[in-house]
Structures are given as structure tokens and as C-alpha cells.
Design a protein around this ligand. Structure first.
Ligand code: ADP
Ligand code: MG
Ligand code: ZN
Length: 181
């Protein structure tokens, strides 16, 4: 029984969680046992549900580190991980689960608001069977947006927020924050 890793990348509002849950639901219809995992500190919607920006939800386990799950994942056929950029052990976890025959669906931000690699998520690219980068709609001009722009002055990388703090931007409209480091 051979597993695989399917990676879904893109900026905020590009439909990553929508696509993750869409693929997950197809497996549910096919009779697979599915586990959705969300990042614990992301309580924008709820502790025990993964949610899209337009309110689609799915029951989820929350964790700060995937190793927290122990061997609980072994009982499932499909493991879906939302906001994978926040999990320090997403690469090791996805590899172990896929090698154990699981279908591992992973989504997350490829870049932070400076368009730098977000966490270790890009390390999943060479070990994934499938990689897809989605686009949002640019909040300024309406073109396809591949980047996330922060519209507040906060300098920390991990600020979990929504439309009040981040906007999708195309190449022409993206503005990097003033360098401060
Ligand atoms: P992600 O997980 O990538 O942040 P979601 O799947 O949670 O994205 O949300 C995608 C939804 O966000 C879209 O279906 C749409 O209804 C809504 N949305 C709001 N603003 C935008 C935008 N500027 N571009 C694209 N989708 C947007
Ligand atoms: Mg999302
Ligand atoms: Zn634009």
C-alpha cells in the first residue's frame, strides 16, 4: 500500500483550505477514514474545526507540533494538514505517514508577507508527488494574486490574522514592508 503527498500552496485567500477540504470530502465519499489537522494557535474560527474564509468547516484535531498526535494518525487512510507552514515537523510527519501508505494532503503559505519561504514548508516540494500553487484575487486591482501583503505595521513573522492584517496582491501591486531587521 503506497501513500503519497499532495501539496497545495498559495497566498492568503487563494482557497488552499477550500481545496484541502474539497479533496478531503471526496475521500470521505469514497469511504476513506480522514483526519484533518489544524494549527492550535489559529483560533480565528474554532478550536476543533478547520475553516475557510467563507465559512466552510470540517471537524479537526488541533496541534502545535504534529508529534503531539503520537500514533493516533495510524488509524486513518487520509491525513489533511491545514496551515502546514506553522508545523515545525510537517516534513518528517508527511514523509512518515506517506511511507506508511497514507494519502497526505498538505496546504499552507509558501511565502510570508516579505515573500520569503514560510517555515520549512518548501522542503515538502521535493518529497511530494503533487504540488499546486493557487492564486487569490488581488485586493488592489483584481488580477490574479500570488503574494500576501501585510497591511499593518507589525514586524513579527507569525501574526495570525485575516483581512484586517493581510491582503492578496499581484506582482504589480505587492509592496514589501520597509526592511527592518
Ligand atoms: P486560504 O486557505 O488560501 O486562505 P480559503 O480557502 O480559506 O483560503 O478562502 C478562500 C475564499 O476566500 C474564497 O472562496 C472567497 O470566497 C474568499 N475571498 C475573500 N477575498 C478574496 C480574494 N481577494 N481573493 C480570493 N478569494 C477571496
Ligand atoms: Mg486557509
Ligand atoms: Zn494588483
Amino acid at each position: 500500500n503506497v501513500g503519497s503527498i499532495q501539496l497545495i500552496l498559495g497566498p492568503m485567500f487563494s482557497g488552499k483550505t477550500t481545496e484541502l477540504l474539497r479533496r478531503t470530502r471526496r475521500f470521505v465519499h469514497a469511504g476513506s477514514n480522514c483526519l484533518v489537522i489544524k494549527f492550535k494557535a489559529d483560533t480565528r474560527y474554532s478550536e476543533d474545526e478547520a475553516a475557510t474564509h467563507d465559512g466552510v468547516t470540517h471537524t479537526a484535531r488541533s496541534a502545535s507540533v504534529l508529534a503531539e498526535l503520537g500514533s493516533d494518525w495510524e488509524a486513518f487512510d487520509v491525513i489533511s494538514i491545514d496551515e502546514a507552514q506553522f508545523f515545525p515537523d510537517a516534513v518528517e510527519f508527511a514523509e512518515a505517514a506517506a511511507s506508511a501508505g497514507k494519502t497526505v494532503l498538505v496546504c499552507g503559505l509558501d511565502a510570508d508577507f516579505r515573500r520569503r519561504p514560510f517555515g520549512r514548508i518548501l522542503e515538502l516540494v521535493p518529497v511530494a508527488e503533487h504540488v499546486h500553487k493557487l492564486t487569490a484575487v488581488c485586493a488592489t486591482c483584481g488580477d490574479d494574486a500570488s503574494f500576501t501583503m501585510r497591511v499593518t505595521r507589525d514586524e513579527t513573522v507569525e501574526v495570525i490574522g485575516g483581512w484586517e492584517a493581510y491582503r492578496p496582491a499581484c506582482r504589480g501591486c505587492f509592496r514589501a514592508p520597509e526592511a527592518a531587521e
